[in-house]
Every structure is written in C-alpha cells, then in structure tokens.
Design a protein. Structure first.
Length: 364
C-alpha cells in the first residue's frame, strides 16, 4: 500500500518527501526538479511501541511502515501529455492514496509556475487534469459496455446507467470520490475502473513557519472548497519540518518545536494521517526478542493478520491469543493479564481491533 505526493511543480513536494522518508530527493527552486518518482519507506510514529517495549524490554523494536512516492509536478495540459504528463499520471494511478500538496504561503523568492499564489486555482488545475484522465478511461468503458447494453443485457444496461452518471460528474469537474453512489454501485462498477479521482486524498496545505500552529486564510479557503468532497486536510510548514529534520538530537528538535509552538513534528501527524487514509491499522507482537507493529487493512481477520507474518501462519492457523493494548498497559505484564482472565482465545474469523497484542498458534 502506498501514497503518492502530487501537486504543481515547486510547491514543496520533494522537500516534504525528504522530511517524511529521510531520503534526499533532489529539491530545488525550479519546476520539474523531480522526473522519476522517488520512493521512501516511512516509519509510522506510534507511542504504543515504546510503552510495550517498557513492559517487555525486547532486544529490538520494529515500527509499522508506509510507502510514500514523490511524483513529479503536474501542469496544465498534463492529461494531454504536457510536462511529461502521461508518465506522471501513470505514476499516480499506481498509488493507493493521494497526498495533494498545495502552496498556502507567500514568498517572492520562491517561483510559482503561475506567478501568483492562489491555492484554489492550483487545486483546480490538478483536479481538472486528473478528472480529464479519468474521463478518458470512462469514455472507453462506455464504448465497450454500450454494445452489450444495446443487445438487451440487463446487467450491462444497469452498469451503463451508473457509468454515464459518473461521466456527467467528471464533465462537471467533480471528483469521483465525492459522487453519490450506493456501496453496491461503487464495488461493482466504480472500483474496478481504478480512477485517479476516486482514490482517497489528503490535502496538505504548505504554510509558512508563522502559520504552522493556526493556519491562515489560504488554509481556510482550501477547507471550504473540499467540504463536499469526502476528503481530509491538514496544514504544516514544510520548510520548517525540513529544518527540524536536520537537527541531530532529540533535545534540539524538542526545543525547536517548543519555539515554534508545536507539540510534535507535523510530519509525524501527516504519516499517521496517511496510514489512516490507506485504511490501515496496527496490531502488535511482543516478546523478549522483538516488539513489532504489523500493518493490516481495517477489517482484517485473525488468520489474515497471521499471514502478514508468514503465509504458513495463515495456512496452519489454529487460534489467536488476544490481549487488548490497554489491558496489557494497565496490568503491566502478560502474566498479570492472564491471571485476571483478560486473554481472549479467538478463531480465524476474529476481526482485529487496532492495537491488539497477539500470539498465534499454528501448525505447518
């Protein structure tokens, strides 16, 4: 599961990517600095890991991760191939969620491709290019199913009606994620198309350091513009995050955050938001050798969670011994949790809750 960072050229995408991944993607004050997408594996900040490690005292601690892709800046006409648009749009299609970075700061020293700062115009520029690309795919689909619908195929007629409504929405410059479909229509007809504007999106407003705590009027405009879109938004000062990232010691970072007025780096909040955007959650295994966070989709069963560790665990699954994170913290040890009768024994169909601590029993 991976999220792609998109936006106009020169809005801070690669700088943000560097903050998130500690990679050093080229970042400079000119458009199309990124050509090939950069990929980073990012640790998901989770205070529960340190709490579990304090109880178990393991040899190592392994956090959950999420994959972030830095995709080159799109420009007007990208859907028609402008600015290597087809390549970049193809890169976006391969991601599972979108982090759309929008410039929400004034700085005459940083070039804007349209010469002025207007976050709503910038958002609409990207949206339109993504919608036009989706419209191409939808028109091809209509051509294909129209033939079956004309022969009297009831299922094709039903699908055609849904896809034509989808086409109308895109032609009105609406993103697919905000269109009103039933769950059945989405699962049967919309999701298989893998449309870009149907992907979950988090709008990331890049603000100046002075606006890192409270945002600004630009952020307010973005928030208002996405109110009907079924999307999320947060704001952070990307250049400030880069400065924090350059500091070596934890104490220096804490002092910097305190000076700015932040409780934690905005990048940490963004990573957790991305994890949530991808509909992911965490379960833990905890032993003397290792305390580890494992990533699973929300709604995953115990046997599916076992399969994340090893396919043999899923094939030979017998049962899962489940301790809630809160119980383990409250009682202070697995033994005391057991004495209190708080360990549950669950079968393969048990649906995991975020934070469950598991032991699997299986045979190969």
């Amino acid at each position: 599961m991976k999220a792609g960072i998109v936006g106009l050229p020169n809005v801070g995408k690669s700088t943000l990517f560097n903050c998130l991944s500690n990679a050093k993607a080229q970042s400079a004050n000119f458009p199309f600095c990124t050509i090939e997408p950069n990929i980073g594996i990012v640790n998901v900040p989770d205070k529960r890991l340190s709490q579990l490690s304090g109880i178990v005292n393991p040899e190592r601690v392994v956090p959950a991760t999420v994959e972030i892709v830095d995709i080159a800046g799109l420009v007007k006409g990208a859907s028609k191939g402008e600015g290597l648009g087809n390549q970049f749009l193809g890169n976006i299609r391969e991601t599972d969620a979108i982090l759309h970075v929008i410039r929400c700061f004034d700085d005459d020293n940083i070039v804007h491709v349209d010469n002025t700062v207007d976050p709503i115009r910038d958002k609409e520029t990207i949206d339109i290019e993504l919608q036009l690309k989706d419209l191409e795919a939808v028109q091809k689909k209509i051509e294909k199913i129209s033939r079956s619908a004309r022969t009297g195929n009831k299922e094709a007629q039903k699908e055609l009606k849904v896809i034509e409504f989808l086409k109308e929405g895109l032609e009105k410059s609406l993103n697919v994620r905000g269109l009103d479909f039933t769950e059945e229509e989405r699962n049967l007809f919309i999701k298989p198309l893998q449309l870009i504007t149907d992907k979950p999106v988090l709008y990331v407003c890049n603000v100046s350091e002075s606006d890192a705590v409270s945002g600004n009027s630009y952020v307010d405009k973005v928030k208002e513009s996405i109110s009907d879109e079924n999307a999320e938004m947060l704001f952070l000062a990307v250049s400030t995050e880069a400065d924090i990232n350059e500091l070596d010691s934890f104490e220096e970072r804490e002092m910097f955050l305190d000076d700015v007025g932040l409780k934690e780096p905005g990048a940490s909040k963004l990573i957790r938001s991305t994890y949530s955007l991808l509909s992911l959650q965490t379960y833990f295994t905890a032993g003397e050798k290792e305390v580890r966070a494992w990533t699973i989709p929300i709604g995953a069963s115990a046997s599916q969670a076992a399969g994340v560790i090893h396919t043999d665990f899923e094939k030979g699954f017998i049962r899962a011994e489940v301790i809630s994170f809160d119980d383990l913290i409250n009682y202070g040890s697995e033994l005391k949790v057991k004495e209190a009768g708080k360990i549950k024994v669950e079968g393969k169909d048990y649906i995991l809750k975020d934070g469950d601590v598991l032991h699997f029993r299986f045979n190969v």
